[in-house]
Design a binder for this molecule. Structure first.
Ligand code: IDP
Ligand code: MG
Length: 149
């Protein structure tokens, strides 16, 4: 039998998703694929935290525009847990580029451009751990252990 791979990931509903009233729709899509919400909060990011989150993209031409967008209003940040959660969230979100995001994915159904694409999901185990610590500094290590319900 294949070993299970229950893991945590970090996801966020970016300001355009919150502004457009898509929080319930997006959380429904994660939950209906078996992902559980371990933690969630609505926050307005400061520039420093947003820049740390996207530090890998610092040299890109769109970096400042990206930080303006991410700090433009409240976002729903969350920790999701489930089987292959990291890959699963990115599949539900859809690809980065608007022309590749097919209907049925969140970006395919709702994104208006590659820049304004509604959602984020961590792309690796290392980044999931880093992003969870960055956005949920108040959570203790023991609260981040797997919470199989
Ligand atoms: P991802 O969100 O699918 O992981 P990344 O390449 O990590 O995609 O880019 C982070 C975010 O930066 C994207 O979600 C999008 O908001 C923005 N972004 C990515 N590429 C472009 C671009 O070419 N122009 C403008 N914004 C972009
Ligand atoms: Mg990314």
């Amino acid at each position: 039998m294949k070993k299970s791979n229950v893991e945590k990931t970090f996801a966020m509903i970016k300001p355009d998703g919150v502004r457009r009233g898509l929080v319930g729709e997006i959380i429904k899509r994660y939950e209906q694929k078996g992902l559980r919400i371990v933690a969630a909060k609505l926050i307005q990011a400061d520039r420093e935290t947003a820049e740390q989150h996207y530090s890998e993209l610092k040299s890109r031409s769109f970096f400042n525009e990206l930080i303006d967008y991410i700090t433009s209003g409240p976002m729903m940040v969350m920790i999701l847990e489930g089987e292959n959660a990291i890959k699963m969230v990115r599949m539900i979100n859809g690809p980065t580029h608007i022309e590749e995001a097919l209907p049925g994915t969140i970006r395919g159904d709702f994104a208006t451009s590659t820049a304004h694409n509604i959602v984020h999901g961590s792309d690796s185990y290392e980044n999931a751990q880093r992003e969870i610590k960055l956005w949920f500094p108040e959570l203790e290590e023991n609260q981040l252990k797997l919470s199989v319900l």
